[in-house]
Design a protein around this ligand. Structure first.
Ligand code: PMP
Length: 435
């Protein structure tokens, strides 16, 4: 049986918390059993169809199960299998494509996840600089590993309570991370003045998307570039979300600020498990297997033929079809439309985002610039609104501060339905929040 109740019950018996990925400890985590995902739609255990704006946290920029990508995976499966030695022409083509598209990338390595990419980036930075400290920013999330303090405070729900994200990480690892406020140029200057000679790397989401969507000041990014250059620290752009989604060359293409290293994932293979770490040739060469090389690199599934084929198919479509035109146009329609609806029904809201990403913060004033601004967001209304949307056939993760995504498979009619559903859902959520 695939019914939601049965499956969720079976899941809780054999999978901790009943889900494989997600914040199972949160009360608002939805019981959802997905039996089918196609284009902009997901179908649950009862056969109910939803227009999906959660998009599995971001990979399917082309929509779920994009036919060309699925076909490329199947074809690769028939043609070649993982060999674990040597290199395939597919991997070379993908590496060449990434070097062509992403400004900072001269050489690149493939991983299976974004977490591995950020882990290896920081390991490399510490190895080549011989330094200890990593600077990260409040609200930025870089995956699961010990190498950077992940007490990320990605959600205000966590304030004042122990953050489970850092549970089990050695205190000395946590102590080797400086957590600064985003967009705060003075904090960056102070950190470098105090610790400059011990800062191995600065890592950031150039647009922090794990707290909705906070746009970076250009001066903030250029300050990071200048300070890291001056002090010999490695600047890492974690473009796992922004890569390909906002521009083929990521936020570094948009901002014109080129980091030393870049991490990629998510949209790179439209939903198949692929990450990448690339950057300056001299840094990346440290991973070479030459004798005496300081940094060893391996992974059983790195360069998996089916996954690499998924990425090649994805990038081919992104380069030849009007994907960005489409998602940027729908994203603009959604942002404008949502702001109108909120004003119409008299709910204070800031609707922001970039391109295919959108988020409604329930607060007054200007769009948030840092983590502290997000504390003004009405979390109950945010979560309640998204829970109510589901009754209108729209799926957005009912979790505070999570962004939404529109894909190439979404249509204008989907946007109309989102705006209409929002009008009813937000009014209902407000009634419940004030009841
Ligand atoms: N970096 C960023 C910016 C992310 O959003 C994520 C995942 N949400 C990661 C790294 C980790 O990627 P993965 O989940 O593939 O390990």
């Amino acid at each position: 049986t695939t019914s939601t109740v049965d499956t969720a019950q079976r899941a809780r018996a054999v999978i901790p918390g009943g889900v494989n990925s997600g914040q199972r400890s949160l009360p608002d985590w939805p019981d959802l059993v997905v039996t089918q995902a196609q284009g902009a739609r997901i179908v649950d255990g009862e056969g109910r169809s939803y227009t999906d704006y959660h998009a599995a946290f971001g990979p399917p920029l082309l929509g779920h199960n994009a036919p060309e990508v699925t076909a490329a995976v199947a074809a690769a499966g028939q043609r070649l299998d993982l060999c674990g030695v040597g290199v395939s022409s597919y991997e070379v083509e993908l590496a060449e494509t990434l070097a062509e598209l992403v400004p900072s990338i001269e050489k690149v390595l493939l991983t299976s996840t974004g977490s591995e990419a950020t882990f290896h980036a920081l390991r490399l930075a510490r190895a080549v600089t011989g330094r200890r400290l990593v600077v990260k920013f409040q609200g930025c999330y870089h995956g699961w590993h010990d190498s950077v303090s992940l007490n990320v405070i990605s959600s205000p729900d966590r304030i004042g309570s122990p953050d489970p994200i850092s549970a089990g990480i050695l205190p000395e690892v946590l102590a080797a991370t400086l957590v600064l406020p985003f967009n705060d140029v003075n904090a960056v200057h102070r950190a470098f003045a105090e610790h400059g000679d011990d800062i191995a790397a600065v890592i950031l989401e150039p647009v922090p998307h794990n707290i909705g969507c906070v746009l970076p000041d250009q001066e903030f990014l250029s300050t990071l570039r200048r300070e890291t250059e001056r002090h010999g620290s490695v600047l890492v752009f974690d473009e796992v979300i922004t890569g390909f989604r906002h521009a083929l060359g990521g936020w570094q293409e948009i901002s014109g600020i080129t980091p030393d290293l870049t991490t990629l994932g998510k949209a790179i293979a439209n939903g198949y498990p692929l990450g990448a770490l690339g950057g300056r040739a001299d840094l990346m060469e440290e991973f070479s297997s030459n004798p005496g090389s300081p940094v060893f690199f391996a992974g059983t599934y790195n360069g998996h033929p089916a996954i690499v084929s998924a990425a090649l198919a994805t990038l081919r479509i992104l380069r030849t079809a009007p994907v960005h035109d489409h998602v940027f146009r729908l994203g603009d329609r959604i942002r404008t439309g949502l702001a109108e609806v909120m004003a119409d029904v008299g709910v204070p809201a800031v609707v922001t985002g970039y391109g295919s990403v959108f988020v409604t913060y329930f607060m007054e004033g200007a769009p948030p610039r840092s983590y502290d601004d997000l504390l003004r967001n009405d979390a109950a209304l945010f979560v309640g609104y998204r829970q109510r949307l589901r009754e209108h056939g729209i799926f957005e993760l009912p979790l505070n501060l999570k962004r939404s995504h529109v894909s190439y498979a979404h249509t204008d009619a989907d946007v109309d339905a989102l705006l209409e559903g929002t009008r009813a859902a937000v009014q209902r959520a407000r009634q419940e929040a004030t009841a």
